[in-house]
Structure formats: C-alpha cells, structure tokens
Design a protein around this ligand. Structure first.
Ligand code: TV7
Ligand code: CA
Ligand code: ZN
Length: 397
C-alpha cells in the first residue's frame, strides 16, 4: 500500500536504439551519429533515466516507410551500397544522391540507419497514441528535408512525416514546430494540402557573402503553402526567416509571440517539436548565437501547453553542444534541474573539456563562440512578427 507511487508531473518516454550511433556518413561529413552516444552518456551520467521510461525500439519496416515514401525510392535505398552504386546512373541523381556537395552519401548500413531512426520516431508517436506517455523523445530522428522520392540535406527518410501521419490516425490537428537553423521544407511540403497539420519553422534565411542562399533556400515569410482558397492546406505553413547572429532575448521573444499565437489559433491536439541543435552559438554549420537555455526555453514553452508532445532531434554539428542541449531538454521534460558541473564519472568526459568558454560544464557561454554579427534589428523582427500574425488570418477560412 505504501509502495513507491508514480511521481507527479509528466510521464516521459525515451526512445533510442543504440545501433544508430555506429553509422558513419564519412570522416569529413558534418553529420556525426556519434553525437547520440555523447547525448545518451550525458543523460545517464545525470541519472535522468530514473525519471523516464526507456525503450529500445525495433527498426521500421519497408511497409511502414512506404506509408509516405515511394516504393521505387525505398527499393533504391534498401539495395544501394558503396560497392554497387553507379554515380553515372540517372536514378542516382534523381533520388537526391551525388551532386558536387555530396550531402547525402551512400554509406555501409544506410538502410539500417534510416529504418532505425524512423522506427524510433514511430514508436515514440505510438506511446503518445496509446497514452503510455505525455512526452515522447527520439533524439536520433528529426530528418526534416527528406522528400517522398528523394534524399536531401543529410536526410534520406522523413521520420517526422511518418510520425505525424501516425499521430493523425487519432488526432484531428497536429502542430509541427521546427527550431533547427534550417527550414523544415520536407515536412512542410508533405502536408501542404491538408488543414490537419500546421507547420511552423524558425530558420536562417538569406544569402551568404558569396551570394549563395543558406540551405535549402526556401522559407521566406511570404511562403505559406498554397493560398488558393479551394486548397484545404491554405495558410497552414508559417515560416519565420531570421538573420545571422540572433541572440537569446530576440529568439525567445519571437518564439513566444508567434508560437503562442499559433497554438491559440490552431488549437492542436498534439505537437511535434523538432529540436535541431544547429541553432546554437558555435555550431559548425549554423549562424545563430543561442545559448543552451534559450534553445531549451522553446521546449519549456511548448510543454506548458499540456498537449501530447513528440520531441525529436535534427541537425547539430558541434557534438559536445548537441549532447549538452538534448540532455538539458530531457531534464526540462522530467522537471529536473541539472548541476552545471558535469558528473565526474562521465565516460567521454574529455569531449567536454578544454574549451575556451566552458570546459567541464553543462552550460558553457556559447554566445560569442563563433561571433556572428547580429544582423537582426528590433525593427526587422517586429515586421516579421507583424507579417506572421497577418498570415495567420488565412486560418479563418
Ligand atoms: C537536418 N551545408 C540538415 C542540414 C543540411 C545542410 C550543407 C554542407 C556540407 C556537406 C558536406 C561536407 C559540409 C561543411 C553544409 C547546396 C550545396 C552547397 C556548392 C559548393 N561539409 C539539417 C545541407 C547543405 C558533405 N547543403 O537541417 C560531405 O559543410 O548547402 C548545401 C548544398 C550544394 C552546392 N554547393 C554548396 O540540419 C539534419 N552541406 C563535407 C563532406
Ligand atoms: Ca527550422
Ligand atoms: Zn539543420
């Protein structure tokens, strides 16, 4: 009778198959699945596993992936290897492989990799559907650029689209929010013709000094999906284009203001939050200057709406800071405060030491690590908010 009672608060589930971390895109490629090892080790070192349910999900099947993706594309993904690939063949380019940047290389175990992270997102969505958890986490997912028949920007299979489709089996409206520094174009496109999914992405938008657009080059404020009044999806995409060097105060202000208005207006039955950690200061590819707690504020804010919540990973190219951020955000979910000094029994402790601004701590100062000049003025941000709130009027029908 006086046994251990279920503690107050949210029930949180953590979905992770450690086999994903053994996959390599290539030594010079910025995407490092190894960052997931660091994340998991940090979470365990702080003892967060005692505050949530851990699941080791199986891989998604071909049939499960085919709910969104074309079968010809999946056949290609399933059988392509570094040994049998032919970069001259047309399908190779059509399916988004090759090209000068080699963003989406063919590597050993590619099929296992995509089905592992997708299986984890589907499993996480499922535990929200069957009421086993209020917040479900999959840090290995969040690959928002993949299209139904093409790989793009390090993403081969769109686990987010698959998870949202699964949530739609029992939820009328799902809100997708994306704080990765890149535009969540694949998810936006997949649901452009439905009013049952609303997508909201915050990202860097604009040209670099060589006049190349920041990847993927879409997501301006006036891009809101179809506006044809006969299209059910009209106005159900909202994009917040931001400039280099945005700081904590500006970002949390714009996130609160716009996301708050969207939740109030759309009233979703479930929320999916993509937590790409490339929006942090000091990221190898990103352009923003956010600290870990400002990034984590987005999770706190979304959590306060008390809707079933799926948290997924995404980008993040400075592995030690990815691990710090996702560990902090896991703690936010279970309402734990973490000590700034890293636990001494942490494996890979070395990875977190010897930094200029924060060796040995969980919350280093990332604001000035790469010094992107802040090109976001008060006035520009005010205008974006004004325009965003105006765009929301399309939801009135
Ligand atoms: C979700 N940026 C994914 C973000 C995907 C970004 C890109 C790289 C890159 C790729 C490499 C590599 C790299 C140091 C960085 C348009 C081009 C670029 C002309 C020269 N190093 C996410 C994708 C983005 C691959 N791609 O949102 C192998 O950077 O900008 C581009 C594409 C093609 C043409 N070239 C410019 O975070 C997970 N790629 C090293 C090795
Ligand atoms: Ca984004
Ligand atoms: Zn990104």
């Amino acid at each position: 009778v006086y046994g251990i009672e279920k503690p107050q608060g949210y029930s949180v589930s953590f979905h992770y198959n450690p086999l994903v971390e053994y996959h390599h895109f290539g030594s010079s490629h910025p995407m490092k699945p190894w960052r997931l090892t660091l994340t998991k080790q940090l979470i365990l070192a702080y003892g967060l596993e005692y505050a949530m349910e851990l699941h080791e999900p199986r891989s998604a099947s071909f049939e499960e992936l085919a709910i969104f993706h074309d079968r010809e594309y999946l056949d290609f993904l399933k059988h392509i290897t570094p040994q049998n690939m032919d970069p001259e063949k047309e399908e190779y380019l059509n399916f988004g492989f090759g090209g000068e940047s080699n963003d989406c290389p063919v590597f050993d175990g590619l099929w296992d990799y995509v089905s592992l992270y997708s299986g984890a997102s589907l499993h996480a969505a499922n535990s929200l559907l069957n009421g086993q958890s209020d917040i479900a986490i999959n840090w290995s997912g969040g690959l928002h650029h993949a299209k139904k028949n093409a790989a793009s920007g390090f993403c081969y299979v769109n686990d987010i689209v698959l998870a949202i489709q699964h949530l739609l089996t029992q939820n009328q409206r799902v809100l997708y929010i994306d704080i990765d520094v890149h535009h969540g174009d694949g998810v936006e496109q997949a649901f452009e013709s439905t009013d049952r999914v609303m997508t909201l992405s915050y990202h860097k938008y604009g040209m670099d000094r060589n006049n190349y657009p920041f990847f993927p080059g879409t997501g301006n404020i006036n891009e809101m999906g179809p506006t044809d009044p006969s299209n059910r999806g009209k106005g159900h995409s909202l994009n917040i284009p931001l400039d280099d060097g945005i700081d904590d105060d500006q970002y949390t202000w714009i996130f609160k203001t716009v996301t708050g208005a969207v939740v109030a207006k759309y009233n979703p039955n479930a929320i999916v939050l993509q937590c790409g950690a490339d929006s942090l200061g000091g990221d190898r590819l990103g352009k923003f200057n956010l600290n870990i707690k400002a990034h984590g504020f987005c999770v706190e804010f979304i959590k306060s709406f008390n809707r079933p919540l799926l948290l997924i990973g995404g980008g993040g190219y400075t592995p030690r800071n990815v691990a710090r951020t996702w560990c902090h955000e896991t703690a936010v979910c279970v309402d734990a405060q973490l000590h700034n000094h890293l636990p001494t029994h942490l494996p890979y402790l070395q990875a977190f030491q010897g930094e200029e601004n924060g060796g040995g701590v969980l919350y280093p100062d990332l604001h000035n690590t790469k010094r992107h000049e802040n090109a976001n003025t008060r006035q520009k941000l005010d205008n974006i908010v004004k325009q965003a709130l105006e765009n929301l009027r399309y939801l009135d029908g």
